[in-house]
Design a protein around this ligand. Structure first.
Ligand SMILES: NC(=O)c1ccc[n+]([C@@H]2O[C@H](COP(=O)([O-])OP(=O)(O)OC[C@H]3O[C@@H](n4cnc5c(N)ncnc54)[C@H](O)[C@@H]3O)[C@@H](O)[C@H]2O)c1
Length: 455
């Protein structure tokens, strides 16, 4: 099939590559000229494991192209994906202006067109946006003096995890398709057929059985995305609240998580205590759901508590430092890992930013080493207040404490005896419970985990 993907960020680019490997002819469109120029040179503007390789291969097959001309891309496509950003507004609501602009522009391009097409919302959008997109396409066509084009809107929410986005796109736990038109759902099923049968590059063909397909109405599919993220956030805040209790009671939260996680009704995933959730999705999606519920006269108490617990976890890291360094003024604190999770370059809503801001407010000097950003030739503006270090060793030099903010795998291999020799004081707060506390204690460190007591 001929497919257009509008918005080539984390979701759009990965989806475009995946669709091309499924055998479709794909055009990626973006209005960020710098990003577009990079893509046209065959370079990925974002970091995701394996993405550059699969992008190069997809372009090489001749099935993936990029350009800025929405008209040409939309006019030649039977399926038009919208994958633009929906960042949070100050009110907490989702900013859907980019989605609306694309829907209107698609309507204008399709004015007078009589070929049936699908417009597929991959962006995470508030419940009801699918209907609005349908109206906006009609309005776009009306402004050009034409009747509504034969377009059907489908909701196809994305569940990929940054850091393993390609694997997740090739091997999703499920594909959710929402539309009020059964024929549109059938076309989408045909589009995804190679993936559903696990017969495309990147698919785990040893997995028994097809990928589950969930077909719903438009609103339910939109709701599934918010429900999934709200539930994941709830699991993390739940375990973090228990971790605070473990800190006080001398229990070990990782053992507690293992103990409850083996219960199939609970599951072990997303039960790792730590600094809490961040990134471009969970915070904004939970706050958008809160906003939607409040605007319908509901009082979403659980979601409010989930959000409040998460904020506490970031402050807790600073309190843990203050147990040993009551006056942080004049101290140097090193942050290990700055992206919101490992194996990504994404700094949106990264806990490191809040933690650094609080430490600086208390008069500390903050240095940082990030396995991705410290190896680039520029230090991003978002990290401006954090002094860049080129290695963990350079970070440790002159530090009164180190804080593990992101659990990059390479931190497990650090030589803590050598790091300790560079530090003013051997203090580590393991904000992700990824280090061996006993080994650190043996190396002379004062080690604090999250909900784990020093051995
Ligand atoms: N990042 C994730 O892990 C993830 C996972 C699931 C769902 N989502 C959802 O997917 C959507 C996209 O997220 P993302 O992280 O890829 O965002 P992003 O900011 O990385 O990418 C959005 C892209 O859209 C482009 N864009 C904006 N307006 C445009 C327009 N009018 N025309 C063409 N291009 C335009 C931007 O230039 C940008 O490249 C969001 O709704 C997000 O909530 C994201």
């Amino acid at each position: 099939m001929r497919v257009a993907v509008i918005g080539t960020g984390y979701v759009g680019l990965v989806s475009a590559v995946c669709l091309a490997h499924m055998g479709h002819m794909v055009v990626g469109v973006d209005n960020d000229t710098e990003k577009l120029a990079q893509l046209q040179r065959g370079q990925s503007p974002i970091y995701e494991p394996g993405l550059q390789e699969d992008l190069t291969l997809a372009i090489g097959t001749g099935r993936l192209q990029f350009h800025g001309d929405l008209e040409a891309a939309v006019g030649g496509s039977a399926v038009i994906f919208i994958a633009v950003g929906t960042p949070p507004l100050p009110s907490g609501a989702s900013d859907t202006r980019a989605v609306a602009a694309v829907a209107t522009a698609v309507g204008a391009v399709l004015a007078g067109d009589d070929q049936p097409r699908l417009v597929v919302n991959k962006s995470t959008v508030p419940i009801g946006t699918g209907d609005r997109v349908q109206d906006l396409v009609a309005q776009g066509a009306a402004a050009a003096g034409a009747p509504p084009p034969p377009v059907t809107v489908v909701s196809n929410p994305e569940f990929l995890r940054e850091g393993q986005a390609l694997w997740d796109s090739y091997n999703p736990d499920r594909i959710v398709l929402g539309s009020n038109d059964p024929a549109a759902l059938l076309t989408m099923e045909q589009l995804y057929a190679p993936l559903i049968k696990r017969r495309c590059r990147g698919c785990d063909s040893s997995h028994p059985g097809p990928i589950p397909l969930i077909k719903t109405d438009l609103a339910s599919a939109e709701m599934i995305k918010y429900a999934a993220n709200a539930f994941l956030a709830t699991k993390v805040s739940f375990i973090n609240e228990l971790a605070q209790l473990c800190d006080r009671l001398g229990a070990d939260i990782t053992l507690v998580a293992d103990g409850i996680g083996l219960d199939q009704r609970i599951g072990r995933a997303f039960l790792d205590a730590g600094i809490g959730w961040g990134g471009s999705c969970l915070p904004k999606d939970v706050s958008a759901l809160l906003h939607t519920a409040s605007s319908r006269g509901l009082h979403p108490r659980l979601m409010e508590a989930v959000t409040a617990v998460n904020g506490d976890q970031r402050r807790l890291v600073v309190r843990k430092l203050q147990r040993v360094l009551p006056v942080l003024q004049g101290c140097t604190i090193g942050l290990l890992g700055l992206t919101f999770k490992p194996n990504t370059d994404d700094l949106r809503e990264a806990p490191a930013l809040d933690i650094a801001t609080e430490l600086i407010r208390l008069g500390a000097m903050v240095k940082g080493f990030d396995p991705y950003w410290s190896r680039q030739d520029h230090w991003p503006k978002a990290l401006g207040s954090i002094q860049c270090c080129s290695s963990a060793m350079a970070l440790a030099k002159g530090c009164h404490a180190l804080v593990v903010v992101t659990e990059w795998p390479e931190f497990k291999l650090l030589d803590w005896t050598e790091l300790g020799q560079e530090m003013v004081q051997r203090l580590v707060v393991d904000g992700r419970n990824c280090l061996d506390g006993a080994a650190l204690t043996a190396a002379g460190f004062h080690w604090q985990g999250m909900g784990r007591n020093p051995p």
